[in-house]
Design a binder for this molecule. Sequence first.
Ligand code: NCD
Length: 291
Amino acid sequence: MKHLITTSDFSIEEIEALYEDTRMFNDLQSNSYLSGKVVVTLFFENSTRTRSSFEIAAKRLGAQVVSLDVGTSSRSKGETIFDTVANLNAMKPDAIIIRHSECGLPGSLIDKVDCPILNAGDGMNAHPTQALLDLFTIIEHFDGKTQGKKIAIVGDVKTSRVAASNVKLLPRFGIEPIIVAPEHFQFENSDLRQVNSLSEVIDEVDVVMSLRTQLERHSQVYYNSLQEYAKDYCITSESFGDRDILLLHPGPVNRNVDISDEMLEDKRNKILEQVSNGVAVRMAILKKLIN
Ligand code: NCD
C-alpha cells in the first residue's frame, strides 16, 4: 500500500510518470478511472484551495467524496483522532485525505488503515501535493529544462510547510532554492543560501515564490502591522522590473502584503495556473494511489 506523506514517498521516476498522467488530465474533464471508489476528506485546519482541489479531482475521476465536517463530528464529543480514523477505516473507504495542525499526524495513521493516506498539510512539516503542483508548473513553463534553475522563496519560510516540501523536492529536479527573508523567518539550520533582500538575488533567479506570513503559527509578534513587513517583502513591479521571471504563490495571497495588485495582474504571475495544475496533479496522485 502506497501513501503520500512527504514528497520523498515518490521516486523521480514515479513523479515523472505522475506528470504524464497530469498532462492527460490537464483539461480537468471528467472520466471514470475511479468510478465506484469512495474518498474521505478530513480537514482539521482551514482550507479553500487544497480541499476543493482534492474533492474536484476525486469527482472528476468518477469517485464519490465524503467530507467529514470535523466541527460536528465525534471529535467534538471527545473521540481521539486515531479512533475517528479507525472507525472511518472500518467503513472501507478507498483513500483518506487529511489535513491537521500536528506535524507527523498523517504519517502516524498509515499502520492503522487499509487504504492510502494522503497528507494535505501537517502543521509546519509538509504539504507534498502543493510542492508537486509547484514543481509541475515550473517544469511545464521551462519545457522540462529545470536543471540549473534558481527559485527565490520569499517570506515566512520558517513556518511554511509549502516551503519545507519545496526545498526538499525542487533540488531533486536540479532547481536551487534561495531563501529570501528577514532572519526571524529564515530556516535555523540549513545548507541553503539565505539572504535578507530580493534585490540581492533578483538578477539570478528564474522563479520567485512568495509566501503568506503565517501569523497563526507565530509564538511572538514580529511586526506591528503586515504593512511594515510588506515594505521590504511585498513583490511589486519595481522589484521585478522587466525581468523574465515566473511568479508563484500557494495561496491564500494577502494582497499588497505578499504581492502588489499590479503584480497580481501581471502576465508573469502563474498563480491561477498553479490552481488548475493542482487539480490535475491531484487527479494523477489519486489515480496512482487508489488504482
Ligand atoms: C497553504 C497551506 O495551508 O499550507 N496554502 C495551501 O494549501 N495552498 C499556505 C498558507 O496557509 O499560507
